[in-house]
Design a protein around this ligand. Sequence first.
Ligand SMILES: Nc1nc2c(ncn2[C@@H]2O[C@H](COP(=O)(O)OP(=O)(O)O)[C@@H](O)[C@H]2O)c(=O)[nH]1
Ligand SMILES: [Mg+2]
Ligand SMILES: [Zn+2]
Length: 351
Amino acid sequence: MTDTPDLKDLGWSADFLRQLDIDEIGRFAPARVTAVHRDRIDTLTEAGPRVLTLPPGHSAGEIAVGDWVLIEPETDRVARRLERTSLLHRKAAGRDIRDQLIAANVDTLFVTTSMNADFNVARLERYVALAHSGDVAPVIVLTKADLSADHDTFHDALRAALPRVTRVTLDARDPGAVHEALADWCGPGETVAFVGSSGVGKSTLVSVLTGDAIATQAIREDDAKGRHTTTAREFHRLAGGGWVIDTPGMRELQLTGAAEGIDAVFADIVELAADCKFNDCAHDTEPGCAVKAAIAEGTLDAERLARWQKLRREDALNAESLAEAHARQRRFGRMVKEVVRDHHKRQDREG
Ligand SMILES: Nc1nc2c(ncn2[C@@H]2O[C@H](COP(=O)(O)OP(=O)(O)O)[C@@H](O)[C@H]2O)c(=O)[nH]1
Ligand SMILES: [Mg+2]
Ligand SMILES: [Zn+2]
């Protein structure tokens, strides 16, 4: 591979090209966002790295790592952001109630778990729902194959809970095995990302795929507690072409606006629910409940129903608090405007 990736290598495709007007083609150079700072973004273009500023009135919060933007001719300014093919987002961590963009235009989300005590079906369902809701294809990566004597237990659990999601099993420290297992989703133009608990092998996998030692850097980012340094790299080139996005936000993901993704994971229950007597059946004590009937017959696991209901509740609750926060901000904005207007009126009267 050469040192400067071409557009296709950067992930450029017909999905983005067709968003350009005829007079923009050739004049507005496309750039892929590699890092987002408060007042500027780092990008990669066909001609190399470029730091860009945002158009007036736009904030960095609207741009995600992985986004494609067009550069205004003869300036270092973003003209506009192109529509995304996919978007991973979450409810911001802590008390800050807002929707936070994590990464855009990701093709594959490697949902990583080790085959030991960390393995947790509910958590994996949550990550897969996140992928589906962001239009990213999920692949489950089972690590520590070398430490587990019984792989079947894990595969059986996944066959029951996430039957349609592809799984691979590997020892993350074995480069040959990693390249072979993940090659199908990596390569020129592909963008991948990893999610999973701490300690399951994400950094090990990323180091193998990128061919350099960024594991230690990832640890430093964890420790930085949001103090984002300009040297933090979140967009890493894969040794065989393609990119891996590793943002600090990737490590803690709370769902919001993910109802469709959740229902995709639990499609069997959604299908059953269509046969319930009442449209708004809570699958609790209602008569004619097809979901409860399936549990009684033994064709549906009661715990699976409980996991679906829990995720839907969490998603609805987060959506509600986001909506409330927005309404509060709008009310505050209106109040500020009124105060300013009254002030001007008074000045006019007095002046
Ligand atoms: N034996 C074995 N150790 C692994 C495997 N994957 C990761 N590890 C080890 O588990 C520890 C945590 O791995 P790391 O990549 O830092 O996990 P992360 O927190 O998900 O980034 C490290 O000591 C790795 O060497 C594996 O497949 N087999
Ligand atoms: Mg790590
Ligand atoms: Zn029901």
